[in-house]
Design a protein around this ligand. Structure first.
Ligand code: GDP
Ligand code: CA
Length: 324
Protein backbone atom coordinates (compact mmCIF):
# COMPACT_ATOMS: atom_id res chain seq x y z
CA UNK A 1 0.00 0.00 0.00
CA UNK A 2 1.20 3.49 -0.76
CA UNK A 3 -0.60 5.96 1.43
CA UNK A 4 -1.99 9.20 0.08
CA UNK A 5 0.43 11.09 2.29
CA UNK A 6 3.36 10.70 4.58
CA UNK A 7 3.15 8.92 7.95
CA UNK A 8 5.26 9.89 10.96
CA UNK A 9 5.54 7.18 13.61
CA UNK A 10 6.98 7.77 17.09
CA UNK A 11 8.48 4.63 18.55
CA UNK A 12 10.30 3.19 21.55
CA UNK A 13 11.69 -0.33 21.77
CA UNK A 14 9.92 -3.66 21.93
CA UNK A 15 6.24 -2.59 21.80
CA UNK A 16 6.87 0.17 19.30
CA UNK A 17 9.03 -2.02 17.07
CA UNK A 18 6.21 -4.53 16.59
CA UNK A 19 3.88 -1.90 15.12
CA UNK A 20 6.78 -0.33 13.24
CA UNK A 21 7.35 -3.71 11.59
CA UNK A 22 3.71 -3.72 10.45
CA UNK A 23 3.96 -0.15 9.16
CA UNK A 24 7.04 -0.97 7.09
CA UNK A 25 5.16 -3.84 5.47
CA UNK A 26 2.36 -1.47 4.39
CA UNK A 27 4.17 1.77 3.55
CA UNK A 28 6.94 2.50 1.08
CA UNK A 29 10.21 3.83 2.53
CA UNK A 30 9.34 7.32 1.22
CA UNK A 31 5.93 7.12 2.89
CA UNK A 32 7.13 6.58 6.46
CA UNK A 33 9.34 8.46 8.92
CA UNK A 34 10.08 6.16 11.82
CA UNK A 35 11.30 8.30 14.71
CA UNK A 36 12.90 6.36 17.54
CA UNK A 37 13.53 7.29 21.17
CA UNK A 38 17.15 7.73 22.23
CA UNK A 39 16.44 8.68 25.86
CA UNK A 40 17.46 5.14 26.91
CA UNK A 41 20.89 5.49 25.33
CA UNK A 42 23.88 5.29 27.61
CA UNK A 43 27.61 4.89 27.75
CA UNK A 44 28.68 1.59 29.23
CA UNK A 45 32.07 -0.17 29.19
CA UNK A 46 33.26 2.56 26.85
CA UNK A 47 30.47 1.86 24.34
CA UNK A 48 27.51 3.95 23.22
CA UNK A 49 24.46 1.73 23.53
CA UNK A 50 21.11 2.70 21.94
CA UNK A 51 18.62 0.05 23.07
CA UNK A 52 15.53 1.30 21.27
CA UNK A 53 17.29 1.99 17.97
CA UNK A 54 18.77 -1.50 18.16
CA UNK A 55 15.47 -3.19 19.03
CA UNK A 56 13.77 -1.50 16.07
CA UNK A 57 16.72 -2.35 13.80
CA UNK A 58 16.75 -6.02 14.80
CA UNK A 59 12.96 -6.30 14.62
CA UNK A 60 12.70 -4.78 11.15
CA UNK A 61 15.61 -6.93 9.97
CA UNK A 62 13.88 -10.07 11.28
CA UNK A 63 16.86 -10.71 13.57
CA UNK A 64 15.21 -10.12 16.96
CA UNK A 65 14.77 -12.83 19.58
CA UNK A 66 11.02 -13.11 20.00
CA UNK A 67 11.06 -15.34 23.07
CA UNK A 68 13.45 -13.27 25.16
CA UNK A 69 11.85 -10.09 23.86
CA UNK A 70 15.09 -8.20 23.26
CA UNK A 71 18.42 -8.70 21.53
CA UNK A 72 19.31 -11.03 18.68
CA UNK A 73 18.00 -14.51 17.97
CA UNK A 74 20.65 -17.21 18.27
CA UNK A 75 22.77 -15.03 20.53
CA UNK A 76 25.68 -16.39 22.61
CA UNK A 77 27.01 -14.90 25.87
CA UNK A 78 30.73 -15.69 26.01
CA UNK A 79 31.70 -12.04 26.44
CA UNK A 80 29.42 -11.62 29.48
CA UNK A 81 30.68 -14.84 31.09
CA UNK A 82 34.28 -13.74 30.68
CA UNK A 83 33.52 -10.20 31.87
CA UNK A 84 31.94 -11.63 35.00
CA UNK A 85 35.03 -13.77 35.63
CA UNK A 86 37.20 -10.69 35.36
CA UNK A 87 35.06 -8.88 37.93
CA UNK A 88 33.68 -6.43 35.34
CA UNK A 89 30.39 -4.57 35.48
CA UNK A 90 27.94 -7.22 34.36
CA UNK A 91 24.44 -5.97 35.23
CA UNK A 92 23.70 -5.03 31.62
CA UNK A 93 23.67 -8.05 29.30
CA UNK A 94 25.49 -7.68 26.00
CA UNK A 95 25.37 -10.64 23.67
CA UNK A 96 28.40 -11.57 21.57
CA UNK A 97 26.77 -10.68 18.24
CA UNK A 98 25.01 -7.63 19.61
CA UNK A 99 28.35 -6.34 20.88
CA UNK A 100 29.50 -5.83 17.29
CA UNK A 101 26.86 -3.16 16.73
CA UNK A 102 27.85 -1.23 19.87
CA UNK A 103 31.55 -1.39 19.00
CA UNK A 104 30.91 -0.33 15.41
CA UNK A 105 28.60 2.51 16.45
CA UNK A 106 31.07 3.77 19.04
CA UNK A 107 33.89 3.75 16.47
CA UNK A 108 31.85 5.62 13.87
CA UNK A 109 30.70 8.22 16.41
CA UNK A 110 34.31 8.71 17.51
CA UNK A 111 35.25 9.20 13.84
CA UNK A 112 32.81 12.11 13.70
CA UNK A 113 29.63 10.59 12.24
CA UNK A 114 26.30 11.69 13.70
CA UNK A 115 24.01 9.11 15.32
CA UNK A 116 21.70 9.51 12.30
CA UNK A 117 24.56 8.71 9.92
CA UNK A 118 25.70 5.73 11.97
CA UNK A 119 22.16 4.37 12.14
CA UNK A 120 21.65 4.84 8.40
CA UNK A 121 24.92 3.02 7.76
CA UNK A 122 24.26 -0.02 9.91
CA UNK A 123 20.60 -0.40 8.89
CA UNK A 124 21.59 -0.27 5.21
CA UNK A 125 24.27 -2.88 5.87
CA UNK A 126 21.60 -5.12 7.40
CA UNK A 127 19.47 -4.71 4.29
CA UNK A 128 16.72 -2.48 5.68
CA UNK A 129 14.89 -0.38 3.12
CA UNK A 130 13.12 1.90 5.61
CA UNK A 131 15.10 4.56 7.41
CA UNK A 132 15.29 4.36 11.19
CA UNK A 133 15.58 7.90 12.48
CA UNK A 134 17.00 8.73 15.91
CA UNK A 135 14.88 11.47 17.52
CA UNK A 136 17.99 13.64 17.93
CA UNK A 137 21.71 13.49 17.22
CA UNK A 138 22.47 15.15 20.54
CA UNK A 139 22.51 13.06 23.71
CA UNK A 140 19.23 13.15 25.63
CA UNK A 141 19.28 10.98 28.73
CA UNK A 142 16.21 9.90 30.67
CA UNK A 143 16.51 10.15 34.45
CA UNK A 144 13.90 8.60 36.71
CA UNK A 145 13.48 10.47 39.98
CA UNK A 146 12.58 7.80 42.53
CA UNK A 147 11.94 7.80 46.25
CA UNK A 148 15.50 6.41 46.54
CA UNK A 149 16.89 9.36 44.53
CA UNK A 150 17.47 10.03 40.84
CA UNK A 151 18.45 7.04 38.71
CA UNK A 152 19.84 7.12 35.16
CA UNK A 153 17.38 5.23 33.00
CA UNK A 154 19.24 1.93 32.60
CA UNK A 155 20.01 1.82 36.32
CA UNK A 156 16.28 2.17 37.01
CA UNK A 157 15.16 -0.16 34.22
CA UNK A 158 17.74 -2.95 34.21
CA UNK A 159 19.80 -2.78 37.40
CA UNK A 160 16.90 -1.95 39.76
CA UNK A 161 14.27 -3.73 37.62
CA UNK A 162 11.93 -0.69 37.90
CA UNK A 163 11.31 -1.44 41.59
CA UNK A 164 11.79 2.03 43.16
CA UNK A 165 8.62 4.14 43.19
CA UNK A 166 8.93 6.96 40.65
CA UNK A 167 8.21 10.59 41.55
CA UNK A 168 9.08 12.21 38.25
CA UNK A 169 11.03 11.82 35.04
CA UNK A 170 13.39 14.24 33.38
CA UNK A 171 15.36 14.26 30.16
CA UNK A 172 18.90 15.56 30.66
CA UNK A 173 20.18 17.37 27.58
CA UNK A 174 16.73 17.72 26.01
CA UNK A 175 16.74 21.51 26.35
CA UNK A 176 19.95 21.74 24.32
CA UNK A 177 18.87 19.17 21.74
CA UNK A 178 17.25 19.61 18.36
CA UNK A 179 15.35 17.04 16.32
CA UNK A 180 17.58 15.03 13.99
CA UNK A 181 17.72 16.27 10.37
CA UNK A 182 15.31 13.62 9.07
CA UNK A 183 12.90 14.25 11.97
CA UNK A 184 13.00 18.00 11.28
CA UNK A 185 12.34 17.33 7.60
CA UNK A 186 9.38 15.06 8.42
CA UNK A 187 7.84 17.67 10.76
CA UNK A 188 8.14 20.28 8.01
CA UNK A 189 6.38 18.26 5.33
CA UNK A 190 3.14 19.54 3.86
CA UNK A 191 1.81 16.06 3.02
CA UNK A 192 1.68 14.41 6.45
CA UNK A 193 -1.39 12.15 6.46
CA UNK A 194 -1.09 10.87 10.03
CA UNK A 195 1.09 10.73 13.10
CA UNK A 196 1.10 7.32 14.78
CA UNK A 197 2.27 6.96 18.36
CA UNK A 198 3.30 3.31 18.64
CA UNK A 199 2.32 1.20 21.67
CA UNK A 200 5.42 2.23 23.54
CA UNK A 201 5.85 3.33 27.13
CA UNK A 202 4.34 6.86 27.21
CA UNK A 203 6.68 8.15 29.92
CA UNK A 204 9.90 6.41 28.93
CA UNK A 205 9.71 6.04 25.15
CA UNK A 206 7.41 8.77 23.81
CA UNK A 207 7.83 11.66 26.27
CA UNK A 208 11.58 11.96 25.55
CA UNK A 209 10.72 12.55 21.87
CA UNK A 210 8.14 15.16 22.86
CA UNK A 211 10.68 16.82 25.20
CA UNK A 212 12.89 17.96 22.33
CA UNK A 213 12.20 21.68 21.97
CA UNK A 214 9.75 22.41 19.18
CA UNK A 215 8.57 18.84 18.60
CA UNK A 216 5.28 19.00 20.53
CA UNK A 217 4.45 22.35 18.92
CA UNK A 218 5.30 21.09 15.45
CA UNK A 219 3.07 18.04 15.95
CA UNK A 220 0.24 20.24 17.19
CA UNK A 221 0.58 22.48 14.13
CA UNK A 222 0.45 19.61 11.66
CA UNK A 223 -2.83 19.42 9.85
CA UNK A 224 -2.95 15.66 10.32
CA UNK A 225 -4.60 13.39 12.87
CA UNK A 226 -2.48 12.04 15.70
CA UNK A 227 -3.36 8.54 16.85
CA UNK A 228 -1.80 6.46 19.63
CA UNK A 229 -1.99 2.70 20.06
CA UNK A 230 -2.42 1.85 23.72
CA UNK A 231 0.44 -0.13 25.26
CA UNK A 232 -1.92 -0.94 28.12
CA UNK A 233 -4.17 -3.92 27.54
CA UNK A 234 -6.71 -5.11 30.11
CA UNK A 235 -5.27 -2.67 32.62
CA UNK A 236 -1.76 -4.07 32.33
CA UNK A 237 1.42 -3.57 30.35
CA UNK A 238 2.47 -6.61 28.35
CA UNK A 239 6.02 -5.83 29.39
CA UNK A 240 7.81 -3.27 31.53
CA UNK A 241 6.70 -0.52 33.87
CA UNK A 242 4.13 1.42 31.80
CA UNK A 243 1.16 0.59 34.07
CA UNK A 244 3.26 1.11 37.22
CA UNK A 245 4.44 4.55 36.03
CA UNK A 246 0.98 5.63 34.87
CA UNK A 247 -0.27 4.82 38.38
CA UNK A 248 2.71 6.32 40.26
CA UNK A 249 2.99 9.50 38.20
CA UNK A 250 -0.50 9.98 36.76
CA UNK A 251 -2.61 8.34 39.45
CA UNK A 252 -4.69 6.53 36.85
CA UNK A 253 -4.92 3.06 35.37
CA UNK A 254 -5.97 1.37 32.16
CA UNK A 255 -6.52 2.99 28.79
CA UNK A 256 -8.01 6.00 30.58
CA UNK A 257 -4.53 6.69 31.95
CA UNK A 258 -3.02 6.50 28.47
CA UNK A 259 -5.70 8.84 27.09
CA UNK A 260 -5.17 11.30 29.96
CA UNK A 261 -1.42 11.22 29.43
CA UNK A 262 -1.79 12.07 25.74
CA UNK A 263 -4.65 14.56 26.22
CA UNK A 264 -4.29 17.54 23.89
CA UNK A 265 -1.88 15.64 21.66
CA UNK A 266 -3.91 12.77 20.23
CA UNK A 267 -7.17 12.75 18.32
CA UNK A 268 -7.66 9.02 18.62
CA UNK A 269 -6.61 5.99 20.63
CA UNK A 270 -6.54 2.37 19.48
CA UNK A 271 -7.52 0.07 22.33
CA UNK A 272 -7.68 -3.69 22.58
CA UNK A 273 -10.90 -5.70 22.42
CA UNK A 274 -10.51 -6.55 26.09
CA UNK A 275 -10.87 -2.80 26.83
CA UNK A 276 -13.90 -2.31 24.57
CA UNK A 277 -16.03 -1.27 27.56
CA UNK A 278 -13.81 1.87 27.89
CA UNK A 279 -14.47 3.11 24.36
CA UNK A 280 -17.56 5.18 25.16
CA UNK A 281 -15.86 6.87 28.10
CA UNK A 282 -12.95 7.84 25.87
CA UNK A 283 -15.28 9.25 23.26
CA UNK A 284 -16.99 11.35 25.95
CA UNK A 285 -13.61 12.98 26.62
CA UNK A 286 -13.37 13.91 22.93
CA UNK A 287 -10.91 11.21 21.91
CA UNK A 288 -11.97 8.92 19.08
CA UNK A 289 -11.56 5.26 19.93
CA UNK A 290 -10.92 2.26 17.73
CA UNK A 291 -11.37 -1.16 19.29
CA UNK A 292 -9.07 -3.65 17.56
CA UNK A 293 -7.13 -6.79 18.45
CA UNK A 294 -3.90 -5.23 19.67
CA UNK A 295 -1.76 -8.04 21.03
CA UNK A 296 0.89 -8.57 18.37
CA UNK A 297 2.22 -12.12 18.48
CA UNK A 298 2.74 -12.96 14.83
CA UNK A 299 3.90 -10.86 11.88
CA UNK A 300 0.32 -10.99 10.62
CA UNK A 301 -0.89 -9.46 13.92
CA UNK A 302 1.59 -6.62 13.48
CA UNK A 303 0.52 -5.93 9.91
CA UNK A 304 -3.18 -6.14 10.77
CA UNK A 305 -2.87 -3.69 13.68
CA UNK A 306 -0.81 -1.33 11.52
CA UNK A 307 -3.45 -1.49 8.81
CA UNK A 308 -6.31 -0.90 11.29
CA UNK A 309 -4.42 2.01 12.87
CA UNK A 310 -3.63 3.68 9.54
CA UNK A 311 -7.23 3.35 8.34
CA UNK A 312 -8.52 4.73 11.65
CA UNK A 313 -6.09 7.66 11.63
CA UNK A 314 -6.58 8.69 8.03
CA UNK A 315 -10.36 8.53 8.52
CA UNK A 316 -10.25 11.08 11.34
CA UNK A 317 -10.45 14.77 10.79
CA UNK A 318 -8.47 16.89 13.11
CA UNK A 319 -10.53 18.50 15.81
CA UNK A 320 -11.24 22.17 15.27
CA UNK A 321 -9.93 22.85 18.75
CA UNK A 322 -6.49 21.64 17.77
CA UNK A 323 -6.51 23.55 14.49
CA UNK A 324 -6.75 26.82 16.36
P1 GDP B 1 10.85 -0.73 25.38
O1 GDP B 1 11.53 0.55 25.00
O2 GDP B 1 11.57 -1.95 24.91
O3 GDP B 1 10.44 -0.78 26.81
O4 GDP B 1 9.54 -0.77 24.51
P2 GDP B 1 8.40 0.25 24.23
O5 GDP B 1 8.40 1.43 25.13
O6 GDP B 1 8.35 0.51 22.76
O7 GDP B 1 7.17 -0.66 24.53
C1 GDP B 1 6.84 -1.09 25.85
C2 GDP B 1 5.35 -1.24 25.88
O8 GDP B 1 4.95 -2.07 24.79
C3 GDP B 1 4.82 -1.91 27.11
O9 GDP B 1 4.07 -0.98 27.83
C4 GDP B 1 3.94 -3.05 26.57
O10 GDP B 1 2.71 -3.14 27.23
C5 GDP B 1 3.75 -2.66 25.13
N1 GDP B 1 3.56 -3.80 24.24
C6 GDP B 1 4.40 -4.83 24.06
N2 GDP B 1 3.88 -5.70 23.16
C7 GDP B 1 2.70 -5.17 22.77
C8 GDP B 1 1.68 -5.61 21.87
O11 GDP B 1 1.76 -6.66 21.24
N3 GDP B 1 0.58 -4.80 21.74
C9 GDP B 1 0.44 -3.62 22.43
N4 GDP B 1 -0.66 -2.89 22.25
N5 GDP B 1 1.38 -3.19 23.30
C10 GDP B 1 2.49 -3.96 23.46
CA1 CA C 1 13.33 1.54 25.60
Amino acid sequence: MTSAGHVIALCGGVGGAKLAFGLTRLLDPEGLSLIVNTGDDFEHLGLTICPDLDTVTYTLAGLADRERGWGLAGETWNFMAQLRKLGGEHWFNLGDKDLALHVERTQRLAAGQSLSQVTAGVTAALGLRHAIVPMSDQPVRTIVDTIDGPLPFQHYFVREQCRPVARGISFAGAEQSVPSPAFTAALGRQDVAAVIICPSNPYLSIDPILAIPGVADALARLDAPVVAVSPIIGGRALKGPAAKLLAELGGLSGVTAVAAHYAGLVDGLVIDESDACEADRLRETGIAALVAPSVMTSDDDRIRLARDTLAFATGLTRRELRRA
